[in-house]
Design a protein around this ligand. Structure first.
Ligand code: CA
Ligand code: CA
Length: 245
């Protein structure tokens, strides 16, 4: 009896998180945060906890504003071939629309939760204006694409988690697995700040925080925004699970 009670007391606390089925689930907030992402002088960082349930993705969107028509995209964070995490952004370069890609080593499908973070700084030179972290460790600052844009373009594409929601409201590029604690800052986080974000219990009033979908509801189809002045996500088809800490 006493041993059983002790086991109960020692059970680690768990927290709600969202499972996306990789078929048709997603959450979206409409066309928001253009002023954070697009144009001259913009800086931002996007972070999330994820567990990718596909060993090898292709274009599995964690979070972003992406329409399959290139001129209608701003950026997205995805799981790609071999389970690599990639940050992709779109903008003007010499008068044409162009894309930049920054990739990690492979982590997909290992059954584990990972913290992912990407930052962008339009004011810095190419090859020092983007950074990608996995589990708090800097993975790369060198884009792998040739047509790297100098600033991100504006689009009316909805911001979505778990899929790309195109401007016609159709969904594509579904992520399979868990996505939790999606945070967006209007600043470039330092490596120490990325580590702090991994364990942060955000209240919504932190410096430079513009949105935080903490996914702690545990039920329903609304992902509240911890930033009081920012918008909630409306979800389709998701299921809720719990994860450690
Ligand atoms: Ca959560
Ligand atoms: Ca579904």
């Amino acid at each position: 009896m006493r041993a059983a009670l002790r086991t109960l007391l020692w059970t680690p606390s768990t927290r709600p998180t969202v499972l996306y089925d990789g078929t048709d689930d997603y959450a979206q907030a409409g066309n928001v945060l253009d002023s954070t992402f697009a144009g001259v002088g913009k800086k931002f960082t996007v972070t999330a906890w994820i567990r990718s349930d596909r060993a090898s993705g292709w274009n599995d969107i964690i979070v972003g504003k992406y329409d399959g028509n290139l001129p209608a995209a701003e950026f997205f964070f995805r799981v790609s071939t071999g389970g690599k995490i990639e940050f992709v952004w779109y903008g003007a370069l010499s008068g044409a629309s162009a894309e930049g890609v920054l990739g990690s080593s492979a982590i997909g499908g290992d059954g584990k939760l990972h913290h992912v973070a990407a930052s962008y700084d339009q004011t810095q030179a190419l090859d020092s204006n983007v950074a990608l972290y996995v589990d708090g460790v800097l993975e790369s600052m060198t884009p792998t694409d040739t047509g790297v844009p100098v600033s991100i373009q504006t689009s009316i594409t909805p911001l979505a988690i778990g899929a790309a929601v195109w401007q016609d409201n159709s969904s594509h590029s579904w992520f399979k697995g868990l996505v939790d604690e999606v945070h967006i800052y209007s600043a470039v986080l330092t490596a120490a700040q990325v580590k702090a974000d991994m364990v942060a219990q955000l209240q919504g009033n932190e410096a430079n925080l513009v949105s935080a979908w903490r996914c702690n509801e545990g039920g329903g189809l609304t992902l509240a925004n911890r930033v009081a002045t920012a918008v909630a996500m409306t979800a389709i088809g998701i299921t809720w699970q719990r994860r450690q800490k």
